[in-house]
Design a protein around this ligand. Structure first.
Ligand code: ZN
Length: 449
């Protein structure tokens, strides 16, 4: 996504909002605990680590776990064989384990084939991966669709290896099995759906993407306690092959999707980055931007590009769903990305809490984004005689509230949503919504269905 035409929105920090957002919150601790609980599991696009992850999420939310057999054709792809790993290590000439999968699951290249052999350092080096620019970190590598094997280690450790014979062992299996993914459906008043998706295929990496999993799971938990207008579908899927599989099995349902968000990298200390849907001006795009503007914190909006997370599949041309991607620092733009430094100290409870609150605000904005009809559209109705001016306070806040009444009355012709009105007027969505509520209570407005 680097290089996509970027539009920067900078806003002056509003002290109250900033204070509210930096305060530690119990939700932050709960999100962080979930990230920490999931961190040790060795996930990949298939296998027991994914199933254990889904089982842990099931303690929090109602999750239907789907099992799709290896070999299933999904559009242009095939569900791969299931990969499971039990152990992996490299021993030096003295028999000492110098790389041990049990110490870090990042040591093994994901989807490595089974191997047990002895080889020279020169031969071994063809299967070793490091990150020379960060010599103490272990990089994260995979080889899903090409049979290979390999180990990842710190560059410092590689440079200390001496010539000699090394024993390598990867005790892994690649057999017909299943691709597992989780789906949490919350039924609302409408059949129209809002989709929230995150990938669940990375091993011990905290920001990418345990942070997205935790925020999505807690959003589902929070929404499940509310009476909802839209229905919600939360997908916990392995990257790329997961959404492709889900889209393939759910084509008839896609016309119901009104908005969607892919969640990733939500626990680091950077500001928000929102990647717009391919439609670029869908309700989700405008809702996220409105919520981010109202936080008063700096944020960035980038255009859709066919590179990134699973929005690539949801926004493929045949579907073109209104699905954007919310991140803090985008993938590839923080040095810790896809390395052992994306660990439990890299993500912070307060950032996770702030991400959760922001996502919830976006979803609640969509819930409340209704259209209304002005019942007295011939000129302005006389607000004073109805006591509507008296019903709102004085000062500059009162003036804005009066303005909100006029905007809602003028634009409520059944075509403009409250989000449209908030955008046109530049007033906060909550103020526009409360103006609509007041006008409704005074018989001047009714919901357009
Ligand atoms: Zn990743």
């Amino acid at each position: 996504m680097v290089g996509a035409s970027a539009k920067r929105h900078r806003q002056r920090r509003r002290s109250l909002a900033a204070k509210g957002r930096s305060a530690p919150k119990p939700i932050g601790q709960a999100l962080y605990r979930l990230v920490a609980d999931l961190y040790p599991l060795c996930r990949s696009i298939t296998g027991s680590g994914v199933r254990e992850t889904l089982s842990m999420l099931r303690r929090l939310i109602e999750l239907k776990i789907h099992q799709v057999p290896s070999g299933t054709e999904v559009f242009d792809w095939t569900v791969p064989k299931e990969w499971n790993i039990r152990d992996a290590y490299i021993r030096d000439g003295s028999g000492k384990k110098i790389v041990d999968f049990k110490k870090s699951n990042l040591h093994i290249v994901g989807y490595s084939a089974q191997v047990h052999t002895k080889l020279s350092l020169a031969e071994l080096k063809k299967h070793l991966f490091t990150s020379p620019e960060h010599p103490d970190w272990i990089p994260y590598r995979t080889s899903y669709y090409e049979e290979n094997w390999g180990f990842c280690l710190s560059h410092r450790q590689l440079s200390e290896l001496r010539d000699g014979e090394y024993e390598v062992c990867i005790d892994a299996s690649m057999d017909a099995g299943f691709l597992s993914y989780g789906e949490c459906y919350l039924e609302g008043e409408l059949k129209d759906e809002i989709l929230v998706s995150c990938h669940i295929c990375h091993p011990s990496l905290a920001n990418d993407n345990l942070s997205g999993i935790a925020v999505a799971a807690f959003l589902a938990k929070a929404l499940s306690a509310l009476s909802l207008r839209f229905s919600y579908r939360f997908l916990f899927v392995p990257g790329t092959i997961g959404p492709i599989t889900w889209l393939c099995f759910n084509e008839e349902r896609l016309s119901r999707i009104r908005a969607g968000l892919v969640l990733a990298c939500l626990g680091d200390s950077g500001g928000f980055t929102y990647k717009k849907s391919r439609q670029a001006d869908a309700d989700i795009d405008r809702a996220v931007v409105k919520v981010l503007q109202e936080t008063g914190e700096p944020f960035e909006v980038i255009d859709f590009s066919p590179y990134g997370y699973d929005e690539r599949q949801f926004c493929s041309p045949a579907f073109n769903l209104p699905v954007g991607c919310l991140m803090r620092t985008p993938h590839g733009r923080f040095p810790e990305y896809h390395t052992s430094a994306d660990n439990l100290s890299f993500v912070r409870p307060e950032r996770l809490a702030d991400s959760f609150i922001t996502c919830l605000a976006v979803l609640l904005l969509l819930e409340n984004n209704k259209r209304f009809i002005n019942l007295k559209p011939k000129c302005e109705p006389q607000l004073g005689k109805r006591g509507l001016y008296a019903a709102i306070g004085g000062g500059s806040a009162g003036k804005s509230e009066q303005l909100a009444l006029l905007w809602v009355l003028n634009m409520s012709d059944g075509r403009n949503s409250l989000l449209d009105i908030a955008g046109r007027s530049g007033l906060p969505f909550s103020m526009i919504r409360s103006a609509a509520q007041k006008l409704g209570a005074y018989g001047l407005l009714e919901e357009s269905r």
